[in-house]
Write a protein that binds this ligand. Structure first.
Ligand code: ZN
Length: 285
């Protein structure tokens, strides 16, 4: 099942890439907004898998919002691919990798214009994002995928000057400028992909490939991340987990490379789709 947020309304996406309004198709049982679906995800998923996909209509991808638009928590995971940890100047973590918040005001849909922070070095990090589907506390790794509503694509945009200033890194702030957490275009349930633990990630800037990775190379897999996190915190329905980025970020290049005004970043997760961010300067140019 593919779920999207079209102008604030929950829609199912058909195999022909058309949109079916959830509220209308369910005779008012679910929707119209996407956020409440996560608190009754099991019932919604069961309905959606047999839902009549009639009255499907074309849609504009630029009108899509974040599939989970109102998460209580957005968690980011740092240094979760060995080559990315090395290019960042760190050893690969032995236990749980660094965990940081991406604040809610940075969340956006898949096709956006992003203002580059002045005096900053804005970098790219394509990531698989897991959307939590039930209240998750103290669970086992073997059960973790059952607590995931679905997966989506994410860009963990990162302003490195803010992130690395000060006596300790400011991961949360450096990664939470407005529009720095694009997600989408769809939430895809894991039965739609051959292997949710082995998905290709790709990112390119104005057509130049920057990152090419696979989630099978995650140091700590998605189910183990969820299980380990759940030993400490409670994850809530609709929460977003950015799972880490593969090698190829601008910070790790020689010379370093960052996003300039006028450039377009396209980020892809296999089986999910693409994000497209166009960057402008603070004066709008
Ligand atoms: Zn990241």
């Amino acid at each position: 099942m593919k779920l999207a947020n079209l102008d604030g309304r929950a829609v199912l996406i058909t195999p022909d890439d058309l949109a079916v309004d959830v509220h209308q198709a369910s005779d008012g049982r679910f929707g119209p907004e996407p956020a409440p679906l996560f608190s009754e995800w099991g019932a919604f998923r069961d309905w959606a898998q047999a839902a009549p996909l009639t009255e499907a209509a074309a849609y504009d991808p630029a009108a899509l919002g974040p599939p989970s638009p109102d998460p209580r928590q957005i968690l980011g995971i740092g240094l979760n691919y060995t080559e990315h940890a090395m290019e960042s100047g760190f050893e690969a973590p032995k236990g749980l990798p660094p965990v940081f918040p991406k604040f809610l005001s940075s969340l956006s849909g898949p096709v956006t214009k992003v203002v580059l922070p002045e005096g900053g070095n804005t970098d790219w990090e394509v990531e698989l994002v897991a959307v939590i589907g039930s209240t998750t506390y103290n669970i086992d790794e073997a059960d973790a995928w059952e607590h995931v509503a679905g997966i989506t694509a994410g860009q963990d945009l990162s302003e490195r000057v803010t992130q690395l200033a000060g006596p300790a890194p400011q991961f949360g702030l450096g990664k939470s400028f407005s529009g720095f957490s694009p997600t989408g275009p769809f939430l895809v349930t894991t039965d739609e992909v051959p292997d949710p633990d082995d998905l290709a990630l790709h990112c390119e800037l104005d057509g130049e490939t920057l990152q090419d990775g696979r989630t099978s190379n995650l140091i700590v897999s998605v189910p183990r991340l969820i299980a380990e996190l759940s030993k400490i915190i409670t994850l809530y329905p609709g929460d977003l987990l950015f799972t880490g980025t593969p090698a190829g970020v601008g910070l790790g290049r020689d010379p370093q490379k960052y996003i300039a005004a006028g450039q377009t970043l396209v980020s892809t997760v296999e089986g999910v789709g693409e994000l497209r961010q166009h960057f402008v300067a603070a004066d709008g140019k």
